[in-house]
Design a protein around this ligand. Structure first.
Ligand SMILES: CC(C)(COP(=O)(O)OP(=O)(O)OC[C@H]1O[C@@H](n2cnc3c(N)ncnc32)[C@H](O)[C@@H]1OP(=O)(O)O)[C@@H](O)C(=O)NCCC(=O)NCCS
Length: 246
């Protein structure tokens, strides 16, 4: 996967790329999109975009797959500085990208906030759970690939240009306590241009520095400095001062 991923935006559909295709082909394309649920996705995206801005803005600030389960409390804040794409992401791997995976879930509890600080893509099956009075901020050009989970009880901040792979889990809370009085919830901070490999897990209290790489399957329990590569469970430094190529 690379930053070359073609994200599917609210103002562009796959078939629009073939604007010069013959009339019959175009109608076939439209019919295919309607049958595949694209029309429903646009309707749902219009609803969320209007709810966000209070009027219809083009291009739509929110583009959401119709299957996405949205649950945003009345007192919650959804802030989108540029655009949020949910449930659509075509990778260069395979012919069908990541279509057909699980539905997305976006949940923001009472008083919670989800702040999208630019253009952010959440791939199919990604679940974003922001608890009551909790805050999740995601920076410009960051993307999260299929089936990852961002679980926020207190505060999670993800910088810009981050690549978060498949099946990653970020949790700022343990949910339960081992020792009485011990802190089981602490802020997670992910810097800019961080690459988090598939099936990695980032636990409470961790800060990851700019440009760091988290290897596939790593369980990160301690801070990672800028430019480090960490791997394993618990994650240990395996390389330093790297520059990964998007
Ligand atoms: C992090 C990663 C990119 C590093 O690649 P690399 O620079 O070629 O690293 P190396 O293969 O030189 O490995 C360096 C050391 O870390 C270890 N290591 C690398 N990845 C590891 C992993 N996922 N888990 C445990 N150890 C790992 C290697 O065994 C090696 O150990 P050694 O020095 O004792 O031999 C790569 O290991 C990785 O995790 N790739 C998967 C990325 C991914 O999930 N992509 C999905 C799409 S975004």
């Amino acid at each position: 996967m690379s930053m070359m991923d073609k994200t599917f935006t609210g103002s562009q559909t796959r078939s629009e790329a073939g604007a010069s295709e013959p009339r019959v082909g175009r109608w076939q394309g439209i019919l295919r999109r309607v049958l595949s649920g694209d029309a429903l996705s646009y309707l749902k995206s219009i609803y969320w975009s209007v709810r966000l801005r209070g009027k219809l803005a083009m291009p739509l600030p929110v583009f959401t797959h119709w299957k996405t389960r949205w649950s945003v409390a009345r007192t919650a804040n959804l802030i989108v500085r540029d655009r949020l794409v949910v449930g659509r992401m075509e990778t260069q791997i395979g012919q069908n990208g990541q279509e057909g995976l699980d539905s997305n879930v976006i949940q923001i509890g009472a008083g919670g906030s989800l702040e999208i600080d630019g253009f952010v893509t959440l791939g199919p099956g990604v679940r974003v759970l922001v608890g009551p009075n909790a805050r999740l901020k995601i920076g410009d050009r960051s993307y999260v690939t299929a089936n990852s989970k961002l679980i926020v009880k207190s505060d999670v901040e993800i910088g810009s240009g981050c690549a978060i792979s498949w099946d990653v889990q970020l949790m700022d809370t343990d949910f339960h306590h081992i020792a009485q009085g011990a802190q089981n919830t602490q802020k997670i901070t992910i810097g800019n241009n961080v690459w988090i490999g598939s099936r990695a897990m980032i636990l409470k209290g961790v800060t990851v520095g700019d440009g760091a790489v988290i290897a596939a399957g790593a369980v990160v329990t301690k801070d990672v400095a800028a430019g480090q590569v960490v791997a394993g469970n618990p994650a240990r430094v395996v390389k330093e001062q790297v520059r990964w190529v998007p």
